[in-house]
Design a protein around this ligand. Structure first.
Ligand SMILES: [Zn+2]
Length: 283
């Protein structure tokens, strides 16, 4: 089984996670830029983070045979902080880089005017840079947030086939399907979407334009829930080909629209990145 986790924040995960993911069949990941829990206080804090998710983190992943790409954006939550907004001017420099396969995560957190502005501005950047967009839907007031996100996406003029609307559930999936965007589902350990519920949604809506991710980060989450969902699909009558489609070919197709998805071999030939290795004890 080959798995592509299209949304996972590996910078907050350990090497044990990478090892377990590789063991479970995860061969590729996309790491969207997001907030870190601790509020950032200036744009320089973002640039170091962006450099890390397009430099050090792909190297770390490569040590486990996993391909790593990133998406770059000012996240919805920090779009509300005037100290962070100047990072919008720095984004074009990053959106031109090789390992960047989409603009994201963008969208709404609390649906404020500042979020409106950052969301629209970054969809425009996606168009300018000919990149897909990864749009996060709010965890509170999700139905309204989803509809409003779809309105903003439509107004932007971006092709809906180049947008994934993420963190969907049973209530919001139909609107996303109708709008022609890709439907993203984040599988969580205790709350929100579970592997069982995901299988039920796949049964009802089919595997087309569906992306399944773990969205694992520094919060309570599990990077193996993509593999658990794949096993649940097989146990519930889906074929190996269905599983390969949802957990590999779909994310490949979506991010290949960037023209930058590189799944050839492993970048792990070099044991060091800028002179630093993931090893300890002087080797
Ligand atoms: Zn995320």
């Amino acid at each position: 089984m080959r798995i592509f986790d299209p949304h996972i924040h590996m910078t907050s995960r350990t090497t044990d996670d990478y090892a377990r993911m590789a063991e479970a069949g995860v061969q590729a990941v996309v790491e969207p830029a997001f907030w870190l829990g601790q509020p950032r206080t200036n744009p320089g804090s973002f640039t170091d983070y962006f450099d890390s998710i397009i430099g050090w983190e792909p190297f770390r992943a490569s040590q486990f045979g996993i391909r790593h790409h990133a998406t770059i954006a000012l996240n919805p939550k920090e779009a509300n902080d005037p100290r962070c907004r100047p990072v919008l001017d720095l984004l074009p420099r990053y959106l031109a880089k090789d390992g960047v396969v989409a603009v994201g995560e963008i969208g709404y957190d609390s649906m404020t005017p500042a979020e409106d502005e950052a969301f629209a501005a970054q969809l425009a950047l996606a168009l300018d840079h000919d990149l897909p967009a990864l749009v996060h839907t709010p965890h509170r007031d999700k139905a309204r947030g989803t509809q409003r996100s779809l309105d903003v996406i439509k107004e932007s003029g971006i092709d809906p086939g180049r947008v994934v609307l993420d963190h969907l559930n049973e209530v919001t999936v139909a609107a996303a399907r109708d709008a022609g965007v890709w439907a993203g589902f984040s599988i969580y350990p205790d709350t929100k979407m579970s592997p069982e519920r995901m299988v039920a949604i796949l049964r009802e809506y089919g595997p087309e334009r569906v992306l399944v991710n773990s969205a694992a980060d520094w919060g309570k989450s599990d990077p193996l829930l993509t593999a658990v969902t794949a096993a649940k699909m097989l146990a519930n009558g889906f074929s190996e080909d269905d599983v390969d489609r949802v957990l590999w070919r779909n994310p490949v197709e979506f991010y290949a629209q960037s023209g930058r998805l590189d799944l050839s071999g492993s970048a792990g030939d070099s044991p060091t990145f800028a002179g630093n290795s993931i090893l300890r004890g002087g080797s």
